[in-house]
Design a protein around this ligand. Sequence first.
Ligand SMILES: C[S@@+](CC[C@H](N)C(=O)[O-])C[C@H]1O[C@@H](n2cnc3c(N)ncnc32)[C@H](O)[C@@H]1O
Length: 210
Amino acid sequence: MPHHHDDATPPADFWEDRYASSDKVWSGKVNHALVQAVSGLTPGRSLDLGCGEGGDVLWLAEQGWDATGIDISATATQRGAAAATAAGLADRAHFVAADLGTWTGDDAYDLVTASFLQSPVELPRAQILRQAAQLVAPGGHLVVIAHAAMPPWAKAAGHDSHDFLSPADELAALDLDGWTTVTAEVRSREATGPDGQHAMLDDTVVVLRR
Ligand SMILES: C[S@@+](CC[C@H](N)C(=O)[O-])C[C@H]1O[C@@H](n2cnc3c(N)ncnc32)[C@H](O)[C@@H]1O
């Protein structure tokens, strides 16, 4: 079903409606590109921006990270917290409901991640990512995964679009001086649509080390 709203829909209402209107919006599984980016790293403290129902946060906690996820939808973060409790990970997986456009943190993290922090309604994405990058400790990593193109089923369903990002767009938006680019590339993955359709989807994956 296409979602109907206009661009002026407050982001908190848009996303809260999106989560509240379904028992489960995402698969609960970790994003594969995150697994690839993080697998060689020593676990420390991590922060996930726009964590949704927490698939990435739970996986990081399982790997030994002290993992926090932030999302604008309280329904989404409650689902993440409930899943953490059910998995016995409540001591290592933390969830916060907050608007990243106004949230400020002052802790240091060994890893800051953002998977598909993209929205058809207002989202000051570049500002959020640049600000969160400042929370990365020296030697720590920033991992940003984004849709590089629209899935064919979203196009067919007439979904509203948001910006799609190439690795060059992403590096320009981040505008981080003095960081090392570990990865900046488009990766294809096989995905299944809402009606079981199969397609290859392109993700932009950027990994930077401070
Ligand atoms: C496309 S979903 C991705 C969810 C999850 N990271 C994943 O990979 O499945 C984008 C997420 O960003 C969240 N979001 C959008 N605007 C936000 C904001 N201003 N502050 C915090 N979270 C926001 C939405 O609620 C949604 O969960």
